[in-house]
Design a protein around this ligand. Sequence first.
Ligand SMILES: [Zn+2]
Length: 268
Amino acid sequence: MSVFYDTHAHLDYPDYASDLPDVIERARAAGITKIISIGTDLESSRRAVKLADRFAGIFAAVGWHPSNAHEAPEDIRPALRELVRHPKVVAIGETGLDYHRLPGVKSGDAEENARYKLKQAEIFRQQLEVAIEAGLNCVIHQRNSFDDTLAQLRPFAGKVRGVFHCFGEDAGRMRRVLETGSLVSFTGIATFKNGQNVRDTIAATPSGRFMLETDCPYLAPVPYRGKRCEPAHVKEISETVALVRGCSLDELSAATCQAAAEFFPKLK
Ligand SMILES: [Zn+2]
């Protein structure tokens, strides 16, 4: 059986409160040997670290999601500096920019939107700084904000890299990400009927420059679409990605696990 990693899961979410040991056991049985649980604020990050303590094969990323930016403290760096010292904290994130639901859209309050964007940019920058200090890379979330996210990352290129997670952009944008030294990762959207755009990008992405993830509990692949997603479903994602790329599962396993080991140096 080919081994894969789930490089982006939200195992601290209440969706798994009742059966997390079973979820992790099913992942192991499916050959998913390493899972990174991603923090979305400080509490979520702390829960992810606790899960990493509790389960072998679980690792944590600590950070603050841009959609929660308005609730973030002025300076999140001191708390993150504490958390990154843990041996199983392998990345900062998820961080980035999200312009999908701006608070001022309904009211037409342009100033409110500007303030919100500024706060997102501020905590994104703080997280890039902590990542550089700690020698870690960043898990990047962007939605309707591709150009601004890449522009904010670019001055840090050479010091810190990002993985543009749940990548759903075209091949041209994928190449712009790779040019900065960053990577992309693909979810179960690859299996969706309406996922041809992502499949085209998957086919065009060079080997070693992408990883696999579920983003669970969201985005369960076919045939589980619409249900709660879990790390075991990387198996279905890997089968589709191998098919799209015309490679074997073993080749895909080697390329994606090596990319993850190199991107997350503490993933051991
Ligand atoms: Zn996520």
